[in-house]
Design a protein around this ligand. Structure first.
Ligand SMILES: [Zn+2]
Length: 452
């Protein structure tokens, strides 16, 4: 006993302080509501100030849907469906039950009419619904993973964050992405909220291995940042936020956000604690983030670059520049009514490759008409199949179907959709179900044989 007590005390003293992250509570809301609210905010693009106010009023960045399902659950319940995943890491695979139902029935029709044809699933919606940001994927973390994440996280300029190097092999799933990367992929986890069940919402961004800036580059970075901050009317936010020092102490640091007049560029600057903010230099900074922005896509940073400042002993301050890896932003895909799905390619090779060079036009039309027919049979509105003109031309040239075929009416010409069809369905009250199994039950009950 006498030996155990001091050991216990020293254990308590050496344990890292419990992570004091006061994460915002997430607000549960129907996916369709979240979608229409983001659309409303997008409409305010001409007035960024009003837009920011409305974003806050609606608490949109804290909204979470619970009425969407994972397409992975559908494929586990019905592994015979002719679908492959584009990757299993990015997690943009959340869909409305209506969309899962259409995919289930269309998959069966495709397997009957074009045996062996495989469709690759791209982006649908992200867990919890909401805006799919540039460079960002979203996940919810609970249990042991949550504990580990909280233990590693620290405040970085007001955001509970981890920023760690990971081997590119971790993302081998996304080949050929990162294939040429020798150095690490830097992964940021940003803890953005807490669900009522206690899970943490995490935004993940990936950056390149990073490059140390030379003296000239540091001076240019300082010059342009100084000029920007001097333009006071363009500063959209100045506040004081939490930051964890290397020794674990949490201090308050100053943060400034700047946006240029036309709203196309964004800069965030985080100062060290206890420095004067009117004399900007490498010695007074912790972090600079630069990005482009699009007023129609508020809060979404395009091609983010970040400059991380650290002490480097005698050499002074070291600055490392990390460039964000691309991840598509989607204006739609907010609630799981929308999905990007591949066409059918020759030998199922090169799905999602642009240009349509590998297209199998006959089977692709079979696939598109299966989607349209499945929606009709299930009484789910098929809002549109967005297809590039190039693909429509290739299908017509191959005489895939007479002009009277009803699937042509569902096909809407949309530039940029030569690598995938963007499917959009509407809602149907009887599909308000809670699991992929229930979806399959409803689909299985559809009248009439699949064979025609
Ligand atoms: Zn899309």
């Amino acid at each position: 006993m006498s030996g155990l007590l001091p050991a216990l005390i020293s254990l308590v003293l050496s344990a890292p302080p419990a992570a004091p992250f006061d994460l915002p509570k997430l607000v549960d809301r129907g996916g369709a509501t979240i979608q229409s609210q983001w659309e409303e905010v997008k409409e305010l693009a001409d007035d960024p100030t009003a837009q920011a106010v409305r974003l806050g009023e609606l608490q949109l960045e804290r909204a979470r849907c619970t009425d969407a399902l994972s397409v992975l659950d559908l494929l586990r319940a019905a592994p015979e469906l002719p679908y492959a995943m584009r990757d299993t890491w990015r997690g943009r695979v959340v869909a409305r039950p209506e969309l899962l139902a259409v995919m289930a029935l269309a998959g069966r029709l495709l397997s009957e009419r074009a045996p062996g044809a495989v469709v690759t699933i791209g982006d649908i919606a992200q867990p919890g619904c909401g805006q799919i940001k540039f460079g960002t994927t979203v996940t919810f973390v609970d249990g042991e993973d949550k504990k580990a994440l909280l233990a590693r996280a620290r405040w970085v300029g007001g955001a509970a964050t981890t920023f760690d190097p990971e081997p590119p092999e971790l993302f081998v799933d996304e080949w050929p992405r990162f294939a040429d990367d020798l150095g690490p992929v830097w992964v940021e986890h940003r803890l953005t909220g807490l669900t009522v069940e206690g899970a943490v919402r995490v935004e993940i961004r990936r950056f390149d291995e990073g490059h140390r800036l030379g003296q000239g580059s540091i001076e240019r970075l300082m010059d342009r940042t100084r000029k920007r901050l001097a333009d006071r009317r363009a500063i959209v936010l100045r506040d004081v936020v939490k930051h964890t020092l290397d020794d674990g102490r949490v201090v308050k640091v100053r943060r400034g956000r700047w946006r240029d007049k036309v709203g196309k560029r964004f800069v965030e600057v985080i100062f060290r604690d206890g420095v004067r903010t009117d004399t900007l230099s490498a010695q007074t900074l912790l972090l600079v983030r630069e990005a482009r922005i699009d007023p129609k896509k508020p809060t979404s940073l395009i091609d983010e670059e970040r400059y991380v400042f650290s002490d480097d002993g005698e050499a002074g301050v070291r600055v490392d520049r990390h460039v964000g890896h691309y991840e598509a932003h989607h204006v739609s895909h907010l609630a799981g009514f929308d999905a990007d799905l591949s066409y059918i390619t020759v030998d199922n090779a090169h799905p999602f490759e642009g240009g349509g060079w590998h297209l199998n036009p006959k089977q692709s039309f079979t696939w598109l008409s299966a989607l349209d027919e499945a929606a009709r049979r299930l009484a789910i509105p098929m809002k549109a199949l967005f297809v590039d003109r190039r693909i429509v031309r290739a299908m017509k040239a191959a005489h895939v179907a007479p002009p009277s075929h009803p699937a042509w009416r569902a096909i809407h010409l949309a530039p940029g959709h030569d690598s995938h069809v963007h499917v959009r369905v509407g809602s149907a009250a009887r599909f308000a179900v809670k699991s992929a199994a229930e979806v399959l039950e409803l689909v299985g009950g559809v009248k009439g044989s699949l064979k025609k």
